[in-house]
Design a protein around this ligand. Structure first.
Ligand SMILES: Cc1cc2nc3c(=O)[nH]c(=O)nc-3n(C[C@H](O)[C@H](O)[C@H](O)COP(=O)(O)OP(=O)(O)OC[C@H]3O[C@@H](n4cnc5c(N)ncnc54)[C@H](O)[C@@H]3O)c2cc1C
Length: 387
C-alpha cells in the first residue's frame, strides 16, 4: 500500500504543479476577453468578471446605446439586426422616440426617405418595431449619469437606478435630457395626470373636451390648432400679448375658433380627483375669469440638460460631443451620433436622416472595435437572412 502511494505521489505533485503553472500562464498570457463563436461576440473572462461586483457574463453587452430617439432606435436595430451585437438601449424617459414623441408626435415629417409624408408618432412606431424585432434589451426610465472604465476596458454606466456594463457605448442623447418646464403652482401640479398635462401623448384623449392651453411658443399654438377640430372648446392663454410661435401658425390661430386670452396667467386649478375648473387672471389689470375645463395643457418649454456628458471627460463643442468622421469621441469605445454629435470637418445638421447615417457608421466602427477581425462594411441587408 505504502509502495503504491510512493509511486503515485510524484504524479499527484506533477499534476498539481502543472495546474498551478497553467493557471498562472493562462492569466498572464490570455487576453481580457475571449471570442464566443456561438454568440458571435467577445465575452469577458470569468476571472475578470469576478471582480465586477455581482455581475455575471450575461450582464456585459457589446454595445449600449444611450437615448431612444430616432437615432438610438435605428442604431439598436443596426447593432442587433445587422451586426449581431449584444445590444442594450437606455432611455431616460418612459417612452421611446425622443423629440418626435415629446415635442411633435402629431406633426407630419416629409424628409424621411421612403416616406413622402409620415406622422412623427408613426415613424417612431416603425422604428420601434424595426429595432425590437431583434434581441435588443430595452431599459426605459433610467438616466445615464456616469461613465467609467474598468481595468479590463469594460465600460461601466451608472444610471439614476442601476449599473450597466458594456464594451462600447453609442451616445444618441439628442439635445440632452429634457423635461417639461413646470408651473410653480401647487394647485396645478397636484392634479398632474388628472386633467393637468405637460405633454400630449394622444390628441384623441381630448375629443369632445373643454381644453385650456397655456403658452405662447410653437408647441402651445400648434396644439391649439391641432385640437380645435377635436375638442369641443379650446382656450389659449398666454402671459404676454405677443406670441413667439411661427408667423403662419399665429395667423392661422387668429382666424380659428380658438378663444385667445392675453395677457393672462393661471391663478388656481380646482378639482378633487380630477381637474374641474381653472381661474386665470389678467396680469395687467388683475381681472379674473373662471373656466370649466376638463384638461389644462401647459406648454411652457423644456429644460434641456446636456451637462451630464460633459462630466464624462468627453471633448465638447458648445453643448455637443465632438466626433470624427468615424463617429468616435475622444474616449475609447465611446461613439456619438444624431443631434448630440458634432462632427468636425463636416457640417452639423440636426435632421433625422443624418442621425440614421451616423448611427450606421458608429455601430460598424463599434463592431470592429470589439472584434478587429470583423469587417467594417456590414454587407448588404438584402443579402442577409434577416427576420
Ligand atoms: C418641432 C420639431 C420638428 C422637427 N421636424 C423635423 C423634420 O421634419 N425632419 C427632420 O429630419 N428633423 C426634424 N426635427 C429634428 C429631429 O427631431 C431631430 O433631429 C431628431 O429628433 C434627433 O434625434 P436623436 O435621436 O439624435 O435625438 P432626440 O430625438 O433628441 O432623442 C434623444 C433621446 O435621448 C434621451 N437622453 C438624453 N440624455 C440621456 C441620458 N443621459 N440617459 C438616457 N437617455 C437620455 C432623451 O430623453 C431622448 O429621448 C424636428 C425637431 C423639432 C423640435
Amino acid at each position: 500500500m505504502s509502495d503504491t502511494f510512493t509511486e503515485v505521489r510524484p504524479l499527484i505533485l506533477l499534476r498539481y504543479f502543472l495546474t498551478v503553472y497553467l493557471t498562472f500562464h493562462d492569466l498572464a498570457t490570455l487576453k481580457y476577453s475571449v471570442y464566443d463563436k456561438a454568440n458571435n461576440a467577445y465575452i469577458p473572462r470569468k476571472d475578470k468578471i469576478s471582480r465586477m461586483s455581482n455581475n455575471t457574463i450575461e450582464d456585459v453587452y457589446d454595445i449600449t446605446i444611450i437615448g431612444a430617439g430616432p437615432t438610438g432606435l435605428f442604431a439598436a436595430f443596426y447593432a442587433s439586426g445587422m451586426r449581431s451585437m449584444k445590444t442594450k438601449i437606455i432611455e431616460a424617459l418612459n417612452n421611446v422616440g425622443g423629440q418626435l414623441t415629446v415635442l411633435y408626435p402629431d406633426k407630419y415629417i416629409y424628409d424621411v426617405p421612403g416616406f413622402p409624408k409620415i406622422l412623427a408618432k408613426d415613424l417612431v412606431r416603425q422604428l420601434e418595431y424595426q429595432a425590437f424585432s431583434y434581441n435588443v434589451t430595452r431599459v426605459l426610465g433610467e438616466r445615464v449619469e456616469e461613465l467609467s472604465y474598468l481595468d479590463d476596458r469594460i465600460i461601466r454606466l451608472k444610471t439614476d437606478k442601476n449599473i450597466h456594463y458594456t464594451r462600447t457605448v453609442l451616445i444618441c442623447g439628442g439635445r440632452g435630457f429634457f423635461k417639461p418646464r413646470k408651473l410653480d403652482n401647487p394647485s396645478v401640479n397636484r392634479l398632474e395626470g388628472k386633467g393637468v398635462y405637460y405633454q400630449v401623448r394622444d390628441k384623441w384623449q381630448f375629443q369632445g373636451k373643454h381644453v385650456m392651453i397655456v403658452g405662447g411658443g410653437d408647441s402651445a399654438v400648434d396644439w391649439a390648432l391641432e385640437l380645435k377640430d377635436i375638442a369641443s372648446q379650446v382656450v389659449l392663454i398666454h402671459r404676454r400679448t405677443e406670441f413667439r410661435a411661427h408667423e403662419g401658425s399665429v395667423l392661422e390661430l387668429f382666424h380659428s375658433p380658438v378663444k385667445i386670452m392675453v395677457p393672462y396667467e393661471v391663478r388656481e386649478a380646482y378639482g378633487h380627483d380630477k381637474l374641474e375648473s381653472v381661474l386665470i387672471f389678467n396680469n395687467k389689470t388683475g381681472e379674473e375669469a373662471k373656466f370649466k375645463v376638463d384638461a389644462l395643457i401647459l406648454q411652457l418649454g423644456y429644460e434641456i440638460d446636456s451637462s451630464i456628458f460633459r462630466r464624462w471627460g468627453l471633448e465638447m463643442i458648445n453643448n455637443h460631443i465632438k466626433v470624427n468622421g468615424r463617429m468616435e469621441t475622444n474616449l475609447p469605445g465611446v461613439y456619438a451620433a444624431g443631434d448630440i454629435a458634432y462632427p468636425v470637418d463636416s457640417i452639423k445638421l440636426n435632421l433625422i436622416v443624418i442621425g440614421f447615417a451616423q448611427a450606421a457608421i458608429a455601430v460598424n466602427m463599434a463592431k470592429n472595435y470589439i472584434d478587429p477581425r470583423s469587417s467594417i462594411f456590414p454587407g448588404h441587408s438584402s443579402e442577409k437572412r434577416m427576420i
